[in-house]
Design a protein around this ligand. Structure first.
Ligand SMILES: Cc1cc2nc3c(=O)[nH]c(=O)nc-3n(C[C@H](O)[C@H](O)[C@H](O)COP(=O)(O)O)c2cc1C
Length: 227
């Protein structure tokens, strides 16, 4: 089972108000894969699973650079997507994420969400709704590769439904949505945080998560003409 190395955590920096963990590529001519954790709880199961996913992506090629951004603690108001302005003089944190998402070096985006009542977290939903500005901006996410990890407190707690629900938004953005690849291709990372010992001990879930990281990396490299 993959463990999270020190490399995953060495370069934690603040971008806007977001907690991010960036791991540079080991070689020139790199592409970047971004993971966004949509748990309101920073540093918990969803972020841990995404760390494993990104590590697997990096193992595909030294050209792969990764960054984990945790949305927990950020203010992201979904109503703004529907034209309801924030109270006068107030701002939220979504605009600070836009340069990260639209960076042309970012060829893959992996979204991780906890399962809440059989679906994504409200933070994930608000984030996806606010991404309508990217849809309206000539499909700024078009052709970036996308994958989804869902983390539930129980096995069969709604992870697959949650993944599909997130994927619908990603399809609308004209992203290239992939599931986890070999050896057992399915929808994405399906993780059980209630496993004795936590997510890293969920052997099945970690296998799907690592396979997703590899698949996103492989397709992103292909899209960039690097494989
Ligand atoms: C409001 C709420 C609803 C939840 N509903 C589900 C559920 O439907 N299925 C499930 O497997 N776990 C459910 N859980 C458990 C979380 O998915 C689980 O604790 C997960 O690990 C949280 O992710 P985090 O550790 O990254 O915060 C729920 C938790 C909360 C707070």
């Amino acid at each position: 089972m993959a463990s999270i190395t020190r490399r995953d955590f060495v370069s934690s920096v603040a971008v806007g108000a977001a907690a991010t963990t960036a791991v540079p590529a080991a070689t020139e001519g790199a592409i970047k894969i971004l993971a966004l954790s949509c748990s309101p709880r920073k540093g918990q199961s969803t972020a841990t699973a995404l760390g494993v996913c990104l590590q697997a992506a990096r193992e595909v090629s030294p050209r792969i650079e990764t960054e984990l951004i945790e949305l927990g603690g950020l203010k992201i108001n979904g109503s703004v997507a529907a034209g309801i302005p924030l109270p006068k003089g107030e701002q939220d944190d979504f605009p600070s994420l836009v340069p990260k998402l639209t960076d042309p070096r970012v060829r893959g985006i992996i979204l991780g969400t906890p399962v809440y009542f059989g679906n994504m977290s409200s933070l994930c939903r608000a984030f996806l709704e606010r991404c309508i500005v990217l849809y309206q901006d000539k499909f700024a996410l078009r052709d970036k590769v996308a994958g989804v990890v869902a983390v539930g407190g129980t096995r069969n707690g709604g992870q697959e439904v949650t993944i599909q629900s997130v994927q619908i938004s990603l399809f609308c953005q004209q992203m290239i949505v992939v599931g986890n690849g070999n050896p057992s291709p399915r929808l994405g990372g399906t993780v059980w945080s209630g496993a004795p010992g936590g997510v890293l001990k969920d052997e099945f879930g970690m296998a799907t998560t690592r396979a997703l990281g590899r698949r996103v990396a492989e397709v992103a490299l292909r899209m960039a003409g690097l494989s």
